[in-house]
Design a protein around this ligand. Structure first.
Ligand SMILES: Cc1ncc(COP(=O)(O)O)c(C=O)c1O
Length: 346
């Protein structure tokens, strides 16, 4: 039979997301979701949805949400682009800023979706490796059309200093996209650099700090020109009316998010300490997860499998750099107590 599939798609490897197992007894510490529920205001907003709202198409560019996000970050609404999760924003960036056959850069190791997005768009994904301690030395030149600078980085949890972000933007031939999916858990963020660096964009997610991974909402801040390019190529109605309303309600109650972030940070600190006492080497995290090197003589992949068999899901990334580590999402205090009980048995 004739080959019906584009050869590059036939040859590519799909992105492998973390598992979403069913079952009440599962302890899910594998996809960096928030263990706390979203703001009650989100449910109130959902309760106000009626047939007329559902009958009509959503606002094409999520106008009200855009304006609210602009106010939250002290930028203009035309500097905000809203997407179906920040993953959609990242994908659109590969299409808006790169010609087919072009080059995209990323730190390595980093978010494993980037190479897949490049493959889909027919772009070369160029890796700029992290040092042995997972810090990043900014190269003299980033000769790419788009660079994904993940801050804080995943899976390491570490943050490139803001001076280095500025240097990277200055040395980048194209757009420097600072992926800040975890920024609410960090000490600072790169939004303040937007005025200084015209080629810089900052992407954010509702999935982590707001506890809204299920509604698929993300956004990116940048100059009106860069945002305008994303607007041109997006699907007409790329975000749905329910998600727009729920996201708006969430940022109208930002203090709810901040108090959950404070709780997660407290548990993060306590969990890192307990892991260290058990011989793990834990990187100083600025996220809602910990990247921990298993003790000498322990095989991380095996331990991961043993925990999984006991219904505790973590994430393990095979490979020479990340293979000896486990990535552990920070849950509630009670969830982490269960995690340690199972870990100690395993
Ligand atoms: C670094 C990074 N960027 C982006 C995302 C995707 O976020 P969203 O749920 O908004 O698509 C993730 C999700 O795990 C992530 O780790």
């Amino acid at each position: 039979m004739k080959n019906l599939i584009r050869p590059s798609v036939a040859a590519m490897h799909a992105y492998v997301p973390g598992e979403q197992p069913d079952g009440a007894d599962v302890l899910k510490l594998n996809t960096n979701e928030n263990p706390y529920p979203p703001s009650p205001k989100v449910f109130e907003a959902l309760g106000r949805v009626d047939a007329d709202i559902l009958r009509k198409y959503p606002h094409p560019s999520a106008g009200k949400l855009r304006s609210a996000l602009a106010e939250l970050h002290g930028v203009r609404p035309e500097q905000v682009f809203v997407g179906n999760g920040s993953d959609e924003v990242l994908a659109l960036c590969t299409r808006a800023f790169c010609e087919p056959g072009g080059r995209v850069g990323q730190m390595a190791p980093s978010y494993s979706l980037y190479p897949v997005l490049c493959e889909i768009a027919g772009l070369a994904c160029v890796e700029f490796p992290l040092e042995a301690d997972f810090s990043w030395r900014v190269p003299d030149r980033l000769d790419v059309s788009l660079f994904f600078l993940t801050r804080p980085n995943a899976p390491t949890g570490l943050c490139v200093p803001l001076d280095d972000v500025r240097a990277a933007a200055n040395r980048c031939d194209g757009v420097l996209l600072v992926d800040e999916a975890y920024a609410d858990f960090a000490e600072d963020d790169a939004v303040g650099l937007l005025n200084e660096c015209p080629n810089l964009m900052v992407s954010r997610s509702f999935s982590k700090s707001h506890g809204l991974a299920g509604i698929r909402m993300g956004y990116v801040l940048g100059s009106p020109e860069l945002v305008g390019a994303l607007d041109k190529i997006k699907d007409s109605y790329n975000t749905n009316v329910l998600s727009q309303r729920m996201a708006l309600a969430a940022i109208e109650d930002v203090s709810w998010m901040r108090s959950n972030v404070t709780a997660v940070r407290g548990t993060r600190h306590a969990t890192a300490k307990k892991l260290t006492e058990r011989g793990y080497e834990v990187l100083p995290s600025q996220t809602n997860f910990l990247f921990a090197k298993v003790p000498e003589g322990v095989d991380a992949a095996e331990l991961h499998a043993k925990l999984r068999a006991r219904n505790v899901y973590l994430r393990h990334f095979p490979g020479p750099r990340t293979g000896p580590y486990l990535r552990i999402t920070v849950g509630t205090d009670a969830q982490m107590e269960r995690f340690f009980r199972v870990l100690d048995q395993a």
